[in-house]
Design a protein around this ligand. Sequence first.
Ligand code: NJP
Length: 252
Amino acid sequence: MNKVAVISGASSGIGAATARGLARAGYEVVLLARREDRLKEVCGQIVDAGGRATYCVLDVTDAEAVQAFASTVDRVDVLVNNAGGAIGTDPVLKADPADWRAMYEVNVIGSLQLTQALVPRMRHTDDAVILVLTSTAGHGVYEGGGGYTTAKHGEHALTGTLRLELSGEPFRIIEIAPGMVATPEFSLNRFGGDQAKADAVYAGVPDPLSAEDVADTIVWAVTRPKHVNVDLLVLRPRAQAAQHKVHRVKPA
Ligand code: NJP
């Protein structure tokens, strides 16, 4: 029987690349996100390449919808909590609490709800994996990043707590924390659709990470032997020595 991997936020970026990567690694993948057209497209690519993929339109912040989804799946071997994102770069004193709530809802509560709903479907195996895509923003702070770093620190805490609480059970709890990843939508969403601002994030950076770079790392971590838990893996592009230290090349 095929192993089943559920990936949230699989309609774009890192989640879509992870779905493709896990399908290539032999998993039957179940893609989750809110945009059906994008899910269909990614699923189609996987099936055309010989993989097994289905999707479910799901808002991970909707508790009832998450429960309804969980009731449709029989078994899950791998859960990738990837759905998430950032809104704005307002300083703490000017930030809209609604933005902070929205970031907390999708990054933290979304991961919490999906994990709670699917763990009962993961107890059939002696090697269940829950992987959480946090960020270097979950391990440090930066000006203008208050709402996002708070949410990602929360997701980091959720992941560590879960590892402790499931100790002794056959679960691996993995956290992958990337730095600068040039996915087409992450920064665009953060800046409310302002393409120029989104492009400026990566301007002159020789090689930011790609979605595929992160997906490769996720697939590697998931496919380690069952006694090997990659607790936390931080990956950054070579050009980003630290959150504030990004090497940029000036245009000639
Ligand atoms: O971004 P993007 P990435 N319910 O915007 C989905 C973290 N990260 O791949 O629902 C369900 O392409 C949304 O789909 P849709 C980041 O925080 C990134 O770069 O159809 N799904 C889409 O598929 C995030 O946790 C960078 O709109 C929801 C996906 O989430 C993860 O990596 C750096 C949803 C977001 O994909 C993927 O980001 C870093 C909801 N309520 C960490 N809301 C980076 N790019 O630089 C959104 O350190 N989605």
